[in-house]
Design a protein around this ligand. Structure first.
Ligand code: CU
Length: 211
């Protein structure tokens, strides 16, 4: 009985390693000196695209200096919004001019083409990295952000608008409103408190004066 366990264990182990390496290769990592690209797509057309409609090339710079003019941010990008025609092929060159690692990551892409719905460029400090993807056929907005801890909250949050889009995303740096407008909420509460206390004072004095 013991003798048979080892071969079974080895068979199961080799199957799981094979399965894992297959899962991994599905993610299409492309590494180079400056960083890496995940889920790059040059050729595979999204559903609803008969051909590549447009060839686009964009350059995105990450540099803290872009954050200077936008209150509440620490990290910044040269752009926060990009418009593409449906079915465009887009070559993105991501230039990282900071001394920390940054990413330019899109979410919500079709999962049959982009595992986990992501296309992702990562550029090491002071390096640049290019990657290509194909935009889906539907009018839609997609979130773009840096996935380093807290970098999105510190300003690296943008949107891609495909065709007419599907409505602005909230809190796109320098472009759309925050979901929670902390700037007007306290004022509103202070006004409410003042109104309530004045009303309370009059009600109280009226009640007290009654015989
Ligand atoms: Cu970052």
């Amino acid at each position: 009985m013991r003798l048979i366990r080892l071969p079974i264990f080895l068979i199961v182990l080799s199957f799981s390693i094979a399965a894992q390496s297959q899962m991994h290769s599905h993610h299409h990592h492309m590494a180079s000196k400056g960083g890496f690209v995940m889920n790059e797509n040059f050729e595979n057309l999204p559903n609803g695209c008969e051909k590549i409609s447009n060839e686009e090339k964009i350059t995105v710079r990450a540099n803290k200096s872009y954050a200077k003019n936008i209150p509440g941010t620490i990290y910044g990008m040269s752009d926060y919004e990009w418009n593409f025609e449906p079915c465009s092929r887009v070559e993105v060159t991501f230039i990282n001019e900071d001394e920390v690692r940054h990413m330019w990551m899109i979410h919500g892409l079709p999962k049959y083409l982009y595992p986990a719905g992501m296309f992702h460029i990562e550029a090491l400090a002071g390096e640049s990295q290019s990657g290509t993807f194909i935009v889906p056929s539907e009018n839609q907005n997609y979130l773009v952000h840096c996935d380093m801890s807290q970098h999105m909250e510190m300003g690296m949050r943008g949107q891609i608008i495909v065709g007419k889009g599907s409505g602005d995303l909230w809190s796109v740096t320098g472009i759309t409103d925050h979901l929670y407008r902390s700037s007007y909420l306290p004022q509103y509460i202070i006004f409410l408190c003042f109104f309530a206390s004045v009303l309370g004072y009059f009600l109280l004095t009226k009640l007290v004066r009654k015989p």
